[in-house]
Design a protein around this ligand. Structure first.
Ligand code: NDP
Length: 313
């Protein structure tokens, strides 16, 4: 039986509608959450992401502003900008779009962001809050993964979960969130022995690897929930055929564009999984929705305004 498709676009729209309602509520209390996005230089992919973040902020009613220092900006100049944003009360969230130019000390810049305004949840203080289950700001994509599971009614507590990938941005925080929700979690990486066998134990399998279609059907226990975080662009015809042979609709789009997006999970997995997120339209849309939610959460945490839904760890 074909897997149930977990519609990330719909879930993200629901979250944005909820955030929008919270923003209205806060507005009547005289609070307008604000997001500052810092985009250094001219990376075309980053420009697309930032445009999406600014547009989405306007749609949910957040105040937002964009800072675009030149490619040549120094670490010191960026630190001065961050210090200014940290100081300004109308800014609740600060997002530094990565990657930063190679000459910039990215770690130093990220560390300078006030943890209370760190809507990406990358600051070591927020990492610590997450691992000790205190209220804080949780990285957007991992938080989105949890929203997909919860809002799709997929049990997490007591389940065997396997996360492939251990990055600070996705793999580790996803594993921590699953652990906090009482899954039994295994984290895999490039040195894991017999990866397919380890993955086959999973009732929830999260792939955050960055390798097109690496997770094939032999990785998946029949009926498992598979969350595909990967976003990979493929332009190679042989690779396309390995993944999408016989899929006419995809082929037309591939030929028209010369490339297509694919996750870390091979499409054949939909034949064995119980539920699966598509790419595109799965985890991807949640990232911006959770950024919006995090900005509201930051505004509330900073002002000591509690909200049971937004302030849960
Ligand atoms: P990283 O490159 O930082 O981490 C990849 C992880 O996968 C590493 O831990 C690495 O192991 C592991 N890995 C690589 N190859 C293998 C292998 N052959 N077998 C087992 N493990 C392997 O990537 P990110 O975590 O930043 O991103 C992962 C994917 O998620 C990417 O496709 C990215 O585009 C996507 N992404 C999507 C987002 C969204 O909004 N949906 C947001 C962020 C990322 P090791 O540590 O040993 O090197």
């Amino acid at each position: 039986m074909a897997a149930r498709i977990l519609d990330g676009t719909k879930i993200a729209a629901d979250i944005r509608a909820e955030v929008s309602a919270h923003v209205k509520e806060l507005g009547s209390a005289g609070i307008r959450p604000g997001l500052a996005v810092v985009l250094v230089g001219h990376n075309p992919a980053s420009e697309v992401y930032v445009r999406g973040k600014v547009k989405s902020s306007a749609e949910v009613g957040l105040y937002s502003e964009q800072h675009t220092p030149a490619e040549t900006a120094t670490t010191e100049e960026l630190l001065a900008l961050i210090a200014d944003l940290n100081r300004r009360d109308e800014v609740d969230g600060i997002l530094v779009q990565l990657p930063l130019p190679a000459h910039v000390d990215a770690k130093k810049v990220l560390l300078a962001v006030d943890p209370a305004k760190d809507v990406d949840g990358f600051h070591p203080m927020n990492v610590g809050y997450l691992s000790t289950q205190r209220p804080g700001l949780v990285p957007c994509t991992p938080a989105g993964v949890m929203e997909i599971l919860k809002r799709s009614g997929i049990a997490v507590a007591g389940q065997d979960a396997v996360v492939i990938g251990r990055s600070d941005i996705v793999g580790k925080p996803v594993a921590m969130l699953l652990l906090n929700e009482n899954s039994t979690v295994t984290v895999c990486h490039s040195k894991t022995r017999d990866l397919p066998e380890v993955c086959r134990r999973a009732e929830i399998l999260v792939a955050a690897i960055g390798r097109a279609g690496m997770v094939t059907r032999d990785f998946v226990k029949p009926g498992a929930t598979v969350i595909d975080v990967g976003i990979n662009r493929i332009a190679d015809r042989a690779e396309f055929d390995r993944l999408f042979a016989g899929n006419k609709k995809r082929e037309e789009a591939f030929l028209a564009k010369g490339s297509t997006l694919v996750g870390d999970v091979h499409p054949e997995v939909a034949e064995v999984a119980g539920a699966i997120t598509p790419v595109p339209g799965g985890v991807g849309p949640l990232t911006i929705a959770m950024l919006m939610a995090n900005t509201v959460k930051a505004a509330m945490l900073r002002r000591g305004v509690g909200h049971p839904k937004l302030t849960r760890a």
